[in-house]
Design a protein around this ligand. Structure first.
Ligand SMILES: Nc1nc2c(ncn2[C@@H]2O[C@H](COP(=O)(O)OP(=O)(O)OP(=O)(O)O)[C@@H](O)[C@H]2O)c(=O)[nH]1
Ligand SMILES: [Mg+2]
Length: 99
C-alpha cells in the first residue's frame, strides 16, 4: 500500500457520499478481513473495477484459494489482454461451500 495511506482514505471518504471506504491488499492480505466481515452468508457481493485493478486477486484472498485466474499487468504501460475486460462469474460465498 502507499505511504500516505490515511490521507488517501480520508480523500476518498470525502467524495464517497457516505459510503464506507476500506482499503485492502490482496498480496499481503492487509485489510481483507474487514471486507470479509461485511459479506454475510446469503449476501450477493459484486466486485466492480477496471481490468487489472485486482478483483480476482481479492476474491482469491477472500476464498483462501485460487478460484479466479489473475492477470499480470505490464507496469510500464498498464496494458492487459483485451479479453479480460468483461467477465461474469457466479460462485457461492466461502462459508456456504460444503467443506
Ligand atoms: N500491489 C498489489 N497488486 C495487486 C493487488 N491486487 C492485485 N494485484 C495485481 O494486479 C494484477 C491484476 O490483478 P487481477 O486480480 O487479475 O485483476 P482483475 O481486476 O481481476 O482483472 P480482470 O480479470 O482483467 O478484470 C495482478 O498482477 C495482481 O497480482 C494488490 O492488492 N496490491
Ligand atoms: Mg479477474
Amino acid at each position: 500500500m502507499c505511504d500516505d495511506f490515511d490521507t488517501r482514505i480520508a480523500d476518498v471518504t470525502r467524495v464517497a457520499g457516505g459510503a464506507l471506504v476500506l482499503a485492502a491488499c490482496a498480496l499481503t492480505g492487509r485489510g481483507v478481513k474487514k471486507i470479509e466481515q461485511l459479506i454475510k452468508p446469503g449476501d450477493t457481493a459484486v466486485f466492480i473495477g477496471t481490468s487489472g485493478v485486482g478483483k480476482s486477486s481479492l476474491i482469491n484472498r477472500l476464498y483462501g484459494e485460487d478460484i479466479q485466474a489473475t492477470v499480470e499487468v505490464r507496469t510500464h504501460d498498464a496494458k492487459r489482454p483485451a479479453y479480460h475486460f468483461v467477465a461474469r462469474d457466479d460462485f457461492p460465498p466461502p462459508r456456504r461451500r460444503g467443506h
